[in-house]
Every structure is written in structure tokens, then in C-alpha cells.
Design a protein around this ligand. Structure first.
Ligand code: BYC
Ligand code: FE
Ligand code: FE
Length: 474
């Protein structure tokens, strides 16, 4: 179905035939725009940005490129095409028809999951709002804004569900999605990571690599939901998500590449020498990685979770790629979970599989995170250096789950709190590491030029050259 751009809210959900819903959304739209102006990217609202906009959900229309001012971006509502034959894919109701409306008994749980998902989207825009002032190139500036407008659209996706399927409570929740703010003391965003500041571009790349990837896995789980409108919304969001992770993976890759160039020139891997040349040393990259990976692991929830078990039993939230499993009921299996034994060691706790679904999803995520690490390490090895980046253990620096109260080293060995505190400067970014990274954050706005701490990308966006006016500064 093509999207009618004459409508105020572009959509493929036949919004025009539902006056009540349309009116509710038209009411929310100016509130959204107010939020975008107040809490979205600072300045740059009058600049023309080379953005990708969805004009339909098929292969041809979902990526239409052109220069637009961000406030004129057409935030719309797009769901993947319906499958009239779709059945519930997991849990106790396996094989029955999916739901086109919210069953009364699952209403509050579904609302809560949609609100939690929706809350992260504007949160990330708030976290990134100052980054435009220090972009290392116009190419990167454009990618930042692309990610930002799409996270705005993901908020629209969740608000559509709240307005369309949850009545008055849904409308109230939609309002509050614009009322909580990242890092606010009184009214913070719901999940921890989304209250962490992202004040430099190394953090931005780590966030898009690790935290947007949590988004990928949560969306995959929700794309399995028996609540069909939620499943279809998330399916379409996943097509956009791929670019966010691309920005993270290539961003970190380019930072690594630049460091290697400097190390080769110096014939040295001495971090101080690398820093003096204006590049980011590999140990500092590792510390940022440790920080954002461990923070993002918490977003999967507790490793033993009765909430997760009932989401699964009730067909509300599945496993990512549920079709790849043999047993979609998962009611007779167990999962061996590694937990602290309280004596400085590790013991195994056997859980009903359904209670371990957060952990199952987290492990799939960790495997996906490894792919980039392997790729970056290949370039390091090719350059002739012996350093290797690595993911810390999933036990390291956790705030949610079994390991929350147990300090460990990056390999996951339990240690005392005193030892953790004594060593953490070697494992996590220190004030002075952050100050150094910040000192590199000088804006570069000339067409085709890059900041000295990052290598140029291999190619431009949508077959445009790297030297291109991706953003026409106003
Ligand atoms: N911080 O039994 P559990 C994205 C709470 S990212 C603070 O495991 P459950 C994006 C939890 O709420 C994807 N609190 O709970 C990326 C619960 O509280 P109550 C976002 C936390 O229900 C980049 C308690 O701890 N999507 O899209 O299984 C840019 C017990 O835990 C945290 C979703 O999250 C935390 N990290 O929660 C832009 C999907 N973790 O009930 C966008 C929707 C847990 O005791 N959400 N708690 O008060 C969910 O599926 C679930 O709510 C959770 C796990 C995965 C968060
Ligand atoms: Fe998103
Ligand atoms: Fe994203």
C-alpha cells in the first residue's frame, strides 16, 4: 500500500478510516514536535539533511533519500504487511490464531512492554542531542540525524499502538513518553542505560553498536508476539535498526583503523604516544566497550525472571528467531544458569527454561556482538599488532540479575569490592580518559574532511561519494 504524503500523518494502517484515532494522533503530533524542538538535536533544525524516509514498507519505497529539514521529516506509522494465516508461534496457546485486539487479561502487561520499548526511543534522542556540535564529518553528522529521526519514528510506532489499542490509559502513557527525560532526577527514563550521558562520539558509536543491538533483540522478541499489530510494527522497525548498528560497527572500526595508522607511523603501540598524535589508543577503546557492553546487558532484565516466563507462556513476548527452535512450548526443558555461590565462586542453578528467556535472548545478543569484535581484531592483526579487543564476561559490572551484587574482573572471576575499586581504572573509562576523548571532539564541517581521530568510511550513503554535502548547514 503506498503512503499518502498529503495526509498529516503518513501511514499504511488506513488511519483515514478511523477518525477517533486520527484525531488522537493529530493531537499528540504537535506535542511530539514541541518535544523534538526542545529535547531533540540542539540547533541544526534549519539545516538540510540527506535523510532516508520511508514512503512505503516494500523494498522499493522504504528507503527514499533526499535533503530535508529535520522538523519536516515525515514521521509516520508503518507496519509490515499482514499475514492473514499467522498463528501464535510459542507458549501455551501455540498454533491458535494471533490477536488483532488486546485480550483483556494481557492488557496491562502488554501496555507495560510497549511503554518500556517506547520510552527508550525518545530517550536515545535526548542522550544524543548535543553530539551534532562535535561531529567528526558531515557524513557522520548525517548518520547521527538519521538515527535520531528514526528513533523518533519508533516512538511514533509505539504511540500508535497505545492510542489505537489501549484507550484512555494508552493516551496517558503516550503523553508521559514525552514527559520523562533521560538523566532527569525527578522523572528519568525507565531503563538504566537510557539515562547514561552520551557526550562524545566514541560513546555514540558504542551505544549504536551495543545498545541499538539490544533494540534489535528486544524487537525480534516482540516481533514474535501474538498481538499482531505489535509484531508487525516491530518487524518494520527492524529494517531501520540495521542502519543504526551499521553506524556503530563502522564507527568503531574507523576509530580502530585510525589508531592503527598512527601506531604504524609511530612504530609503537604506546597509548600516550598514540594520544599525542590525536588518535584514541586501543586500551581506551576497550574500556569504553566494557562500559557500554555491560550496561546494555542489563537491558535484557533479570536472568531468572518469572515475568519472562509468563510473557512466554502467554504468547506475549517470544524468543528472537522463535522459528529456529524445535520446541515452541519450552515447558519441559531446563536451563543451567551460572550464579554466584556466595563464597567467591560460581555454581549452577537449574531453571525452568521459560524463566530463563531473558538469559536466552541475552546469550543470542552476546553472540551477535562478537561479530564486530572479530572483524576489528582482524584489522589489528593485519596491521601487525598483537592487541585484541574482547567482550568482558556477562558477569562483569552488572546491575540487574544474579551478578548484580557480585563484583568480578572482566573475565568474570568474582573479586572483592575493594579489589574491584582498586582496579576499575584499568577496566572502565576514567575521568581523565573521558577528558582526553572529549578534547578530540572538535567539529569538522568541510565537505569530505574527517577529524584526525577517525578514518574515513569506505563508501558514502546511498552510492553518494564520501565528499558530499550530507548536511547543508543553515
Ligand atoms: N534498568 O523480571 P525482570 C531499544 C526491572 S532498546 C532498570 O527481568 P522484565 C533502543 C524490570 O522492569 C530495547 N530496571 O523484568 C536502543 C522489573 O521491574 P519490576 C528496549 C530494569 O519485565 C537504542 C525488574 O527489574 N526494549 O529499543 O523481564 C536506541 C525485574 O526484572 C532493568 C525493551 O526493553 C534495567 N536495565 O524486564 C533506541 C522491550 N531491567 O517489575 C532504542 C520491552 C529490568 O520488578 N521490555 N528492570 O518493577 C521488556 O521486555 C522488559 O521490560 C525487560 C525486562 C527486557 C526490560
Ligand atoms: Fe529504535
Ligand atoms: Fe535504533
Amino acid at each position: 500500500m503506498a503512503i499518502d504524503y498529503q495526509e498529516r500523518i503518513p501511514n499504511n494502517v488506513d488511519l483515514g478510516s478511523n477518525r477517533t484515532l486520527q484525531r488522537a494522533l493529530e493531537h499528540w503530533q504537535p506535542e511530539f514536535l514541541k518535544w523534538w524542538q526542545g529535547m531533540g538535536p540542539t540547533d541544526f533544525q534549519a539545516s538540510d539533511v540527506y535523510l532516508r524516509t520511508a514512503t512505503s514498507v516494500d523494498a522499493k519505497g522504504w528507503a527514499t533519500y533526499g535533503h530535508v529539514r529535520m522538523p519536516d521529516y515525515r514521521w509516520g506509522i508503518f507496519l509490515a504487511e499482514p499475514d492473514a494465516e499467522r498463528k501464535i508461534g510459542f507458549g501455551d496457546e501455540f498454533g491458535k490464531d494471533v490477536w488483532q485486539q488486546v485480550p483483556g487479561e494481557h492488557r496491562s502487561v502488554l501496555r507495560r512492554l510497549i511503554v518500556t520499548q517506547g520510552d527508550t526511543e525518545p530517550a536515545s534522542v535526548e542522550q544524543q542531542r548535543l553530539l551534532g556540535h562535535t561531529a567528526p564529518s558531515l557524513y557522520d553528522l548525517r548518520n547521527l540525524f538519521q538515527v535520531n529521526v528514526e528513533e523518533g519514528r519508533h516512538l511514533w510506532a509505539m504511540v500508535y499502538l497505545l492510542h489505537g489499542y489501549f484507550g484512555r490509559d494508552g493516551r496517558e502513557e503516550a503523553e508521559q513518553l514525552l514527559g520523562r527525560h533521560s538523566g532527569s532526577i525527578d522523572n528519568p527514563r525507565i531503563l538504566g542505560t537510557f539515562n547514561e550521558p552520551i557526550s562524545d562520539w566514541l560513546s555514540f558509536f558504542m551505544f549504536t553498536y551495543f545498545t541499538d543491538r539490544d533494540g534489535k533483540y528486544q524487537l525480534k522478541s516482540l516481533a514474535e508476539s501474538s498481538f499482531d499489530p505489535l509484531a508487525r510494527t516491530c518487524q518494520f522497525m527492524l529494517t531501520e535498526e540495521a542502519h543504526h548498528m551499521f553506524v556503530g560497527e563502522t564507527g568503531i572500526g574507523r576509530v580502530v583503523k585510525r589508531s592503527l595508522e598512527v601506531m604504524k607511523e609511530l612504530q609503537s603501540d604506546d597509548p600516550d604516544a598514540v594520544r599525542k598524535m590525536g588518535a584514541i589508543d586501543l586500551p581506551t577503546i576497550q574500556k569504553y566497550l566494557n562500559f557500554w557492553f555491560s550496561s546494555s546487558l542489563d537491558l535484557f532484565g533479570a536472568d531468572s525472571s518469572s515475568n519472562a516466563a509468563s510473557y512466554f507462556a502467554n504468547g506475549i513476548k517470544g524468543r528472537p528467531d522463535e522459528a529456529t527452535y524445535d520446541d515452541h512450548r519450552a515447558d519441559a526443558l531446563t536451563y543451567d544458569l551460572e550464579v554466584p555461590d556466595g563464597k567467591g565462586g560460581v555454581s549452577i542453578e537449574s531453571l525452568p527454561m521459560r524463566n530463563a528467556m531473558n538469559e536466552v535472548t541475552r546469550q543470542a545478543y552476546v553472540k551477535d556482538c562478537e561479530i564486530g569484535i572479530t572483524r576489528w581484531n582482524r584489522t589489528i592483526a593485519k596491521a601487525g599488532f598483537s592487541f585484541a579487543l574482547s567482550l568482558p564476561s556477562t558477569r562483569f559490572r552488572r546491575s540487574i540479575g544474579s551478578w548484580a551484587a557480585t563484583p568480578t574482573d572482566p573475565s568474570g572471576t568474582p573479586i572483592s569490592l575493594a579489589e574491584f575499586e582498586a582496579q576499575q581504572a584499568a577496566w572502565l573509562p576514567t575521568e581523565s580518559d573521558r577528558a582526553f576523548v572529549h578534547s578530540l571532539m572538535q567539529p569538522v564541517t568541510e565537505i569530505g574532511k574527517m577529524a584526525g581521530w577517525i578514518a574515513p568510511p569506505d563508501r558514502g550513503i546511498n552510492s553518494q561519494p564520501v565528499p558530499y554535502d550530507y548536511v547543508r548547514l543553515a
